[in-house]
Design a protein. Structure first.
Length: 118
């Protein structure tokens, strides 16, 4: 690392070293009740389809990150057709399927459903 003599005073260097070594403050955490208040439910679980809404091989879908436009694309691996572009609202860098994560509690989420039309 560069020496900061001549740029910072000796006291400023000591202050910077002290600041870097300080324990960062803990961010406030939301309680489960607070999270549930802000949760938006777009489709009720009772309204989930019980079977795919298309005749495609959904087990051969794959996801492509469109990082520069803030979207991900779902692509049919059989036809190589882009089925849908999903806006993420931020730059996605990694996508992992939930079955690769070790969860302490069961995750209550619905399946990813893609349909052919509006």
């Amino acid at each position: 690392m560069n020496n900061f003599d001549g740029i910072l005073t000796e006291q400023e260097i000591k202050d910077m070293a002290t600041y870097i070594m300080m324990e960062p403050p803990q961010p406030p955490e939301m309680s489960l009740a607070q999270m549930k208040k802000t949760r938006k439910v777009y489709v009720e679980e009772a309204d989930y389809p019980t079977e795919p809404l298309h005749g495609r091989n959904w087990e051969n879908f794959f996801v492509v990150i469109e990082r520069d436009v803030g979207k991900v694309a779902i692509i049919d691996g059989d036809t190589k057709e882009v089925l849908v572009h999903i806006p993420t609202g931020y730059a996605v860098h990694v996508i992992k399927a939930s079955e690769h994560h070790k969860l302490n509690e069961p995750e209550e989420s619905g399946p990813l459903l893609v349909h052919d039309g509006p």
